[in-house]
Design a protein. Structure first.
Lengths: 575, 584
């Protein structure tokens, strides 16, 4: 006997949608509060979502746009193994591997909990978070010169971590034995489990309130609605083929540049984003991005340009096809290393798509942002302890200027927006470093009618011996580009200053730091928009007044009119 | 229960043959040539305390190194928590009593009805363990996480059910997952054979007899060794050995040993040895230090007695934590047993040498001298890994020349990988596999000659890793015998781009030749007293060149390969008046 279920009303769909989105947000909040690692609880380097059993994201929390775009592949590949269909209530899956389990890079561990309502697989709760360390070559698991996937840390295929709510301690023990902070990782995994359970509980409540069938059909309706919304946006664009490209500066082993090429084809209400023509896969990690990352990059760029405020789920991306040739830097073959490229290659993929479509969505387009993750890793031994200390942080910089507004100062890159810096108080109380500066970097913005955002300078005094620093920068050689005559933003760099004031400059490398030396991590600025000479002198004067622009740079880039503009307001004027 | 000696012997032999059968099964069922061709594995049966009762011979280095992982398993999981059909896997030196991560143990308790009565173990060297450098051999690794997948004792099977997730997790973290999955399951199968045979013993003799026999077997071995120790006068001998320096270091790790005989006990105290190294090459894990000490003591005091844990009861090892012979986590330890560990073995042997003046042996060429070549197989995403030990010269003894082209004493019966297997499975051509002229240490008894193996790379590129020991401290001769040639790796020999390496990573391009040249053994007695006809025979056999015959042995061989008796006599008389130095 079959029961015919009436399609839920529009109002019910909205009620269920809001419940599911609230559930995803609650998952985020649960994870943030329960996690041990500062990377999760302070930086918020994670994402949570509810999927349908096919793997499509139905609702997610908007913390980390990039991870959000790459949530699908983990659940979809788990489904493809047949295990989701055979799952039982209380089962929990864990994974991280880019090749074997739809992961982004091995640092990002996914916990997946099938949600059962009245014994029926209804939705799938999923939390994915960046772990400070997953073993491998270097503490922090960002080995710049890795040449295969095994060097990058422990690889977890789709493994059942719990069966009927009973944790498989053998699997857990092996995972924990292969990471440098086993206690923290275990706690963070448990926090992810708690987050997924919180999501599951809310789905269960929704099912109790509206009926399981209604929740399931509402989930379908949500995706259909949002697909239709996106199709409308795409249909507004003129049908055409748009092309652009960008260059990755290094694969971590050589200075050879790696080209990312994109061809965007708009046809009716569909978009095809094709990375064919991009460079072949690189030997080193910084020159490769797993395809899930490529897909996430393309989706993210498109979302920013077409419907930044709309809902974000997989319905939105049904009209979007992303393609990349197997064996290329944006879809490498196993076992090419992929950890670090998730930053550099993603940056180029996003900028390429944005640049390609900029002419037709000028009001939402931007000049180049400062770079991507721009991580600084500081690691060293802690006397008397087995585990080293590791500082890993995503650093803010300047976003690109827009056609009608300045770029934002000191914000994280588009991929990570939502990620925060780790407070100086937390750094100083847990690591042997002193934070001597965290400030906007004067003159780092790309000049323009609208200027780019400013980069940031973070200075750390090293208080212990044996420390190794790793600068994981992109745009350290190639400056962020301006648009429509706007100037380039400053490049990023890490400078180590010894006691005699001598400087050593780094872009993408690992280097030793002596006790007492200062590590000054300086991120770049966003590109400018429009010719600098056209900038409103009042705005120039305000920047000079705020210390964002030096009088010298103001005079160099802009007309002298700003001096007059500044005069009535105060005396801080350079003659 | 007191068991009659005949039944005890019957059970003993059945246990030993069970251990051998486990090894034979592993050899036949394993996928990787590392196991089926080179036989780098060991099987044993243990008492419920973890003590080895019976062990298959093969790798002497593992004689004293089987019980530690079982003891760690008992401590972590406990026999009481285990059930028939449970199988444990582990490899970690710190958490699971392993020597290094490549050696993976499969441990299975054996039950008489529901009571655990014995434990079967099968240890095998995996061709890759997911370390930074393929093959697991990263001499310059700086922490244990770089050395590969660490497995504390965990249950791979419960009541006969394989934990597929755990198996997938393990296979995801090694470079040749298909081969290694096959090897792992072959190890599991080998332990199952142990269960079946012990079942037969139980059926035939009963549980009490088996328990009583185990006790007797251990006690007998213990008493034999205690009797030998009692015969040695009490006292302490101090020895200092040097290992090879680590990357970037000028000072060599030093192994200091105070070996004390006290009544019927031996205490090997390594206090005073160097601090733990910064890299894998400079550290020997505690289980390896203990195992190699046990091996050295057994080889001197009871070489022909049965191999079981009873022999080691009177042996105590003291190794300060934080030293190169007992480093603290997360120190890397994989390669060090072949460097620091070899120094440990030599230190103990040297300390015991005065006890056996008639059995003095010159030094062997060194330890395993591993060469690893790896890369992508052309036209395939699969990597290839060539992992090979070096074959060198044994030390000369009283009345006997050293053996040519043998494995280090630690490796015993480990074999070389046949050229045919290498060439059919790897993009490598073996252009030479020959004895290396003049590499034996000159002496009245000549040291054995080492092997030179030349590999030409046929893939576009490859990464390599080499770790040789006894380079800066060459193997010594005894009683005036000379040192042999030391080991080296030569990239593109006899070309303008020739490069010589002894430790670290390197890369090869298509067509490059990598020549793995292993040293010889030390000589015994002054070379100029060697029987001239024996030197001529060496020249004719190609072990010694005419020039070296004259230089090292003062023996003149003419162009036709005949001894020039008169010239030799004149030359030797002249040398007696003005002694020449030792060999090269």
């Amino acid at each position: 006997m079959t029961t015919r279920v009436l399609a839920p009303t529009t109002i019910t769909v909205e009620l269920v949608r809001n419940r599911l989105e609230a559930a995803a947000r609650e998952m985020t909040e649960t994870l943030r509060r329960a996690a041990y690692s500062p990377l999760i609880r302070e930086s918020l380097d994670f994402s949570t979502a509810l999927h349908n059993p096919a793997g499509e994201v139905v609702a997610q929390s908007a913390a980390l746009p990039f991870l959000a775009g790459a949530m699908t592949s983990a659940v979809a590949t788990l489904g493809a193994t047949g295990r989701l269909a055979k799952a039982e209530p209380g089962d929990i899956y864990i994974s991280n591997d880019p090749y074997l389990a739809g992961g982004t890079h091995v640092n990002d561990i996914a916990v997946i909990v099938p949600v059962f309502c009245s014994d029926e697989l209804t939705l799938v709760a999923h939390a994915k978070a960046h772990m400070l360390d997953v073993g491998g070559r270097d503490p922090g698991s960002w080995a710049l010169d890795a040449t295969d996937a095994q060097q990058e840390g422990i690889r977890i295929p789709h493994v059942r971590l719990a069966h009927r709510a009973q944790i498989d301690e053998d699997v857990m023990a092996v995972i924990c034995s292969n990471v440098r902070f086993p206690g923290q990782l275990r706690a963070d995994v448990q926090a992810m489990i708690a987050a997924c359970r919180a999501g599951a509980a809310r789905v269960d409540e929704a099912a109790a309130r509206y009926g399981t069938e209604v929740v399931v059909s509402a989930a379908t309706a949500i995706l259909d609605q949002d697909e239709a919304r996106m199709r409308t946006r795409i249909a507004e664009l003129p049908d055409a083929i748009y092309r652009s490209s960008d260059l990755v500066e290094t694969d971590g082993l050589t200075d050879e540049e790696i080209a990312v090429e994109v061809t965007v084809t708009v046809e009716g209400s569909e978009i095809d984003i094709d990375f064919t023509g991009s460079a072949p896969e690189a030997r080193g990690s910084n020159g490769n991005m797993i395809f899930a990352g490529t897909e996430a990059s393309a989706r993210l760029a498109l979302k920013c340009l077409l419907d930044p405020l709309g809902p974000d789920n997989d319905g939105v991306y049904r009209p979007v096809t992303v393609r990349a040739a197997p064996g290329s830097c944006v879809n490498p073959h196993h076992p090419a290393p992929v950890t670090v490229g998730l930053s550099s290659v993603a940056h180029c993929a996003i900028e390429s798509v944005m640049r390609a479509l900029a002419p037709v969505v000028e009001e939402r387009a931007m000049a180049d942002q400062f770079g991507c993750v721009q991580a600084l890793i500081l690691a060293g031994p802690v006397p008397g302890h087995e585990a080293p200390f590791v500082h890993f942080m995503v650093y803010p910089g300047g976003s690109g200027a827009r056609a009608n507004a300045d770029g934002l100062d000191g914000v994280v890159n588009i991929c990570d927006s939502g990620v925060r810096n780790i407070p100086a108080e937390v750094i100083e109380s847990t690591l042997p470093v002193r934070v001597e500066r965290m400030e906007l970097l004067t003159d780092s913005a790309g000049p323009g009618r609208f200027r780019g955002g400013l980069g940031v300078r973070a200075d750390y005094r090293i208080l212990t011996e044996g420390v190794t620093g790793t600068a994981v920068l992109n745009r350290y050689r190639i400056a962020p580009r301006g648009r429509a005559g706007g100037g380039e933003g400053a490049t990023s760099r890490t400078v180590v200053i010894n006691r005699d004031g001598e400087e050593r400059h780094y872009g993408f490398e690992t280097f030793p730091v002596a006790r007492g030396e200062l590590v000054s991590h300086r991120t770049g600025g966003g590109g400018g928009w429009g010719t600098p000479a056209e900038r409103d002198p009042v705005r120039v004067a305000a920047d000079v007044h705020a210390g964002l622009l030096s009088p010298q740079a103001a005079t160099r880039h802009h007309s002298a009119a700003w001096v007059k503009a500044a005069r009535p307001r105060d005396g801080l004027v350079h003659e | 229960m007191n068991l009659d000696p005949v039944t005890t012997e019957l059970i003993r032999e059945q246990l030993v043959s069970t251990a051998r059968e486990m090894s034979e099964r592993l050899k036949r069922a394993a996928y990787s040539p590392m196991i089926r061709e080179t036989l780098d594995f060991c099987s044993a049966l243990h008492a419920p305390t973890g003590e080895v009762i019976a062990q298959a011979t093969g790798i002497p280095g593992l004689f004293g190194l089987m019980s530690q992982s079982v003891v760690a398993t008992l401590e972590r999981i406990g026999l009481a928590a285990m059930e028939p059909g449970d199988v444990v896997i582990c490899n970690d030196p710190y958490e699971a009593g392993g020597m290094h991560l490549n050696d993976v143990n499969i441990i299975r308790p054996i039950f008489a009805e529901d009571e655990p009565i014995m434990i079967a173990q099968c240890k095998a060297h995996w061709v890759d363990i997911g370390s930074v450098e393929p093959g697991g051999w990263t001499p310059d690794a700086t922490d244990m996480y770089q050395e590969g997948l660490r497995l504390p004792p965990v249950r791979l099977m419960r009541r006969g059910h394989l934990n597929e997730g755990l198996l997938d997790l393990i296979c995801a973290n090694v470079r040749l997952p298909t081969e290694i999955r096959g090897d792992l399951l072959a190890q599991v199968g080998a332990t199952a054979a142990g269960v079946a045979r012990i079942g037969e013993v139980l059926e035939r003799h009963g549980r009490e007899a088996l328990t009583a026999a185990m006790r007797t077997i251990l006690d007998q071995a213990e008493q034999a060794v205690r009797a030998r120790i009692r015969a040695v006068p009490d006292g302490t001998v101090r020895v200092r050995e040097h290992a090879e320096p680590e990357a970037g270091a000028t000072e060599a790790p030093q192994v200091d040993l105070a070996l004390t005989i006290s009544g019927d006990e031996v205490i090997a105290d390594f206090t005073g040895s160097s601090k733990q190294g910064l890299t894998s090459f400079g550290n020997c894990s505690l289980p390896a230090t203990e195992g190699l000490t046990r091996l050295a003591i057994k080889s001197v005091l009871d070489p022909l007695g049965p191999t079981n844990e009873g022999s080691y009861r009177p042996v105590h090892v003291v190794a300060p934590s934080g030293s190169c012979v007992n480093p603290s986590p997360p120190s890397p330890v994989t390669v060090g047993p072949a460097n620091v560990g070899h120094a440990v073995l030599l230190a103990v042997q040297r300390a015991l040498a005065p006890l056996l003046p008639d059995r003095a042996v010159a030094d062997e060429f060194g330890s395993v001298q591993v060469l690893v070549l790896s890369g992508r197989t052309p036209g395939s995403a699969e990597p290839f890994i060539l992992f090979t030990s070096g074959w060198g010269g044994g030390g000369a003894r009283a009345g006997r020349d050293g053996l040519h082209g043998v494995a280090t004493q630690v490796d015993g019966d480990v074999r070389n990988m046949p050229v045919e297997v290498i060439e059919t499975t790897l993009p490598v051509r073996v252009e030479r596999f020959e004895l290396r002229d003049d590499s034996g240490g000159p002496g009245r008894q000549r040291g054995g000659v080492g092997v030179r193996a030349d590999y030409r790379l046929l893939a576009p590129c490859a990464e390599g890793s080499i770790a040789l020991n006894r380079v800066n401290t060459p193997p010594g001769g005894v009683f005036g015998g000379a040192s042999p040639l030391t080991s080296r790796l030569v990239i593109n020999p006899d070309t303008p781009g020739e490069r010589i390496l002894t430790r670290g990573a390197f890369t090869l391009a298509h067509g490059d030749v990598c020549s793995h040249q292993i040293g010889g053994g030390g000589g015994y007695g002054p070379a100029e007293t060697r029987e001239p006809q024996a030197v001529v025979a060496d020249v004719l056999a190609g072990y010694v060149s005419t020039a070296a015959a004259e230089r090292d042995y003062a023996v003149i061989v003419d162009d036709d390969g005949h001894l020039d008796t008169a010239a030799t006599r004149r030359r030797r008389e002249a040398d007696r008046r003005e002694p020449v130095g030792a060999g090269p």
